[in-house]
Structures are given as structure tokens and as C-alpha cells.
Write a protein that binds this ligand. Structure first.
Ligand code: NAD
Ligand code: MG
Length: 387
């Protein structure tokens, strides 16, 4: 029986993962969540997990009480997350949101397992480190982001030397085509309303600002080793084509599928085989039309910033992600406007103390986390100085 752990099981990706895991024979090892202790305990009982971990020590008692008499082990705090990542398992889902997902995923790789990686922040902040750690331990990383799963599938059996370009699509989010004036007044509630995908709050807002696509461009570079000049972004409002790979002979392999993350999760779950996944089957005749347009980098500067981050290299990805996470916190709290998120990130990247770190390689967890902390402090300062 396959042993499976899910980090971030109470989130959008986590819930979809358990939906699929519940349909196959599996021993669930560890499930982890944040403050949603009721859901975490319910998942742990339903899937007969060995261990349930909340990231927050102050939630320990509530989780322990909710699982009393179940025989399921309970733990709390960041150290406990790392210990959970050391429990032997064959397949581990990394679906914590943000840079907080890096260390547990990294620790799981040391066990030489399959890591299904939804946490794109791991690759953005520490791509070279993560890929090297997987190689060192003979572990496999499988992409779970829909675009990256699509690229991975289009590349099966292909020669990377013949790849001319990789195109990832973006829906354009709820504000596609909006003027700069209108964007200045949007609220978090409006930004979270994604037209096609049901996702966690943070990635939904990142989709509206195109920061999600910016992270994904960097993720593409880090995971597939594609030169940044060969990575393109195409706005595709229907979210049916997830990515395309262009080859030396002019052919494009496109991946199409419904906007349901269970496809990409299921692909990673069944890999290297294909298995049945209960997503809606596309009726292309009913869809009738797929459209594409170029992204507007003037109104959505995140993509331009991602290009600068890739050109800078080193710890720039860690700084970019951390500054974005803080700017997003402040937008959600209503303290800065929607377009200010990109302005704050750009200012943080230009700060000398931060930019100095770009020459340092992202080759140790300590250096990545030090840059993460520095960029968070700088972002908070930049935001404070705007008021
Ligand atoms: P979510 O907010 O719905 O869930 C996040 C999970 O992480 C929850 O279980 C939460 O309890 C846990 N968590 C939050 N902060 C934590 C912390 N500091 N320490 C430990 N655990 C913490 O997020 P999501 O939408 O499921 O996204 C998860 C990851 O997958 C993100 O990296 C996101 O970019 C990526 N992703 C999501 C989707 C999607 O459709 N939701 C698609 C592609 C990629
Ligand atoms: Mg995606």
C-alpha cells in the first residue's frame, strides 16, 4: 500500500488531493494544516492518518482534543512539520502556501521520495537548491501547478535540445482589460473572485495581479531549466489550454483540460502511469471558441519584474517572493492599493541591502531564509514609508 503525506491538507490543493487519495488504496501518513483544526481533525479521522500536525503551537490543545481517542498522533509547530516530513512515505504533496512550504518539502526530499510540488514558492525562492537536493537523494519532483504539469506532459519522450519555446497561459483574472484608474480602487474581495478556478485566497489575488504568472515563469525556468528568453506568457481567458511547448520543427504541443486541479494532482498521483481521474470531460464543440492575447505588462508589471529577477539570479527570487507576500498581506488588510503591490516589490528589489544578495547563489536553506527575512523587513519598511 502506498504511503502518502499531504502538507497543507486543509487548503484548496490539499482538499482536492485527499479527494483523489480517498478513492485509491493508500495509507495516509501525515496531514498538516494551519488554524483550521476542525477540518484537519476531520480529515485525519476520515483517512485514518498516523499523524496530524498544525503549524501553530497555540492550536495544539484544540487539535489534541478533537482527535482524542482516535489513536492519531498530534503535534504542532514548525519543527513538528519538519519531523512529519521525515516520516517514511512514498508520495508527499507539498501544498502549504508561501515560503513556509519550502523547508518541509526540502526535508521530504532528503528521504528520497516523490514530492508532488504545488508550492511554487519553493522553486521561486530556492530552485537550484531544491533540484540539487532531489538529485542528491534520488528523489523525484513532479510539478502540480496546472501549467507545469501541462509542460511536463507535453515534454514526455521529447528532447529538450529541440525545444524552442515554452508558453504558459494566464486567464487574465477578474480585471483583464481594466484601466489603471479602475485597478487603483479594487478590493481584496473583488480580486479573490477568479473567473475560472476555485483556489486559495492568496493565489487567487496573485492571479488577479499577474504575480501568480510571474512566479510561474520563474518556476518554469527553475524546474525545466529553460532559458528565460524562451518562456512566453499568453492570456487565454477560457483557461482550457494550460501550456504549449514549441519545437525546432515548428510544431506546438498544447495541453488542454478542464480548470480542475484534480487533473494535475491526479497526474502526479498516478505517474509514471495514467489513471482514471474524475474531472469533467471537455466538450469542445460546446466551448466553440478559444482565444489568446498578449499580456499587458504596463498595467500588470509583475511579469516585467519576474524577467528582472531571472536576469539578476542568485537570491533575487527569494527577495521577490518575500516582498510579494508582505505586499499581499497589506493589500488583503486594506492598507495598500492593488497596484501598490507591484510598486512595493519593485522598491524592495532596488534596495541596496537586498540587491547585494543577488550575487549570492540560492544554494543553502540558510541563505535563502536570510534573504526571505531581509526582504520581508524591507517590504514592511517601504510600506510604512508610503503612509
Ligand atoms: P490555501 O490557502 O487554500 O491552503 C494553504 C494550506 O497551507 C492550508 O492547509 C494552510 O493551513 C497551510 N498553511 C498556511 N500557512 C501556513 C504556514 N505558515 N505554515 C504551515 N502551513 C500553512 O492555498 P492553496 O490554494 O491550496 O495553495 C497551496 C499551494 O499550491 C500554493 O503554493 C499555491 O501557489 C499552489 N497552487 C495552488 C493552486 C490552486 O488551485 N489552489 C494551483 C496551483 C498552485
Ligand atoms: Mg498555475
Amino acid at each position: 500500500m502506498r504511503r502518502i503525506s499531504v502538507f497543507g491538507s486543509t487548503g484548496s490543493i490539499g482538499v482536492n488531493t485527499l479527494d483523489l487519495v480517498g478513492r485509491m488504496p493508500a495509507q495516509v501518513v501525515a496531514l498538516t494544516g494551519g488554524r483550521n483544526v476542525t477540518l484537519l481533525a476531520e480529515q485525519a479521522r476520515r483517512h485514518r492518518a498516523e499523524l496530524a500536525v498544525t503549524a501553530h503551537p497555540e492550536c495544539y490543545a484544540a487539535l489534541r482534543d478533537a482527535l482524542s481517542g482516535s489513536g492519531i498522533a498530534v503535534a504542532a509547530g514548525p519543527e513538528a512539520l519538519l519531523e512529519a516530513a521525515e516520516r517514511p512515505a512514498d508520495w508527499v504533496m507539498s501544498a502549504i502556501v508561501g515560503a513556509a512550504g519550502l523547508a518541509p518539502g526540502f526535508r521530504a526530499l532528503a528521504q528520497g521520495r516523490t514530492l508532488a510540488l504545488a508550492n511554487k514558492e519553493s522553486l521561486v525562492t530556492a530552485g537550484p537548491l531544491l533540484m540539487a537536493e532531489a538529485r542528491r537523494h534520488g528523489a523525484t519532483i513532479l510539478p502540480v501547478d496546472s501549467e507545469h504539469s501541462a509542460i511536463f506532459q507535453a515534454l514526455r519522450g521529447e528532447d529538450m535540445a529541440q525545444v524552442e519555446r515554452v508558453i504558459i497561459t494566464a486567464s487574465g483574472g477578474p480585471f483583464r482589460g481594466w484601466s489603471a484608474e479602475r485597478l487603483a480602487h479594487v478590493t481584496a474581495a473583488e480580486a479573490v473572485a477568479h473567473p475560472n478556478w476555485a483556489m486559495g485566497q492568496r493565489i487567487s489575488i496573485d492571479s488577479a495581479s499577474m504575480f501568480n504568472k510571474a512566479l510561474e515563469v520563474i518556476e518554469t525556468r527553475e524546474f525545466f531549466g529553460v532559458d528565460p528568453a524562451r518562456i512566453e506568457v499568453l492570456v487565454h481567458p477560457q483557461s482550457i489550454v494550460h501550456a504549449l511547448v514549441g519545437f525546432a520543427d515548428g510544431g506546438l504541443m498544447a495541453h488542454l483540460g478542464p480548470a480542475d486541479m484534480r487533473h494535475a494532482i491526479g497526474f502526479a498521483l498516478h505517474w509514471p502511469d495514467r489513471g482514471h481521474v474524475p474531472v469533467e470531460r471537455l466538450d469542445l464543440a460546446r466551448l466553440s471558441q478559444l482565444s489568446f492575447e498578449a499580456p499587458d505588462e504596463a498595467r500588470f508589471p509583475a511579469l516585467r519584474l519576474a524577467r528582472a529577477v531571472m536576469a539578476a539570479g542568485g537570491l533575487a527570487g527569494a527577495a521577490f517572493n518575500a516582498a510579494k507576500e508582505i505586499a499581499l498581506d497589506h493589500f488583503i488588510a486594506g492598507r495598500i492599493a492593488f497596484p501598490a503591490m507591484a510598486e512595493v516589490v519593485e522598491e524592495v528589489l532596488a534596495r541596496p541591502s537586498v540587491a547585494q544578495g543577488f550575487t549570492t547563489a540560492a544554494d543553502s536553506l540558510d541563505s535563502v531564509l536570510a534573504m526571505d527575512h531581509l526582504a520581508r523587513r524591507q517590504a514592511a519598511e517601504v510600506i510604512a514609508s508610503r503612509h
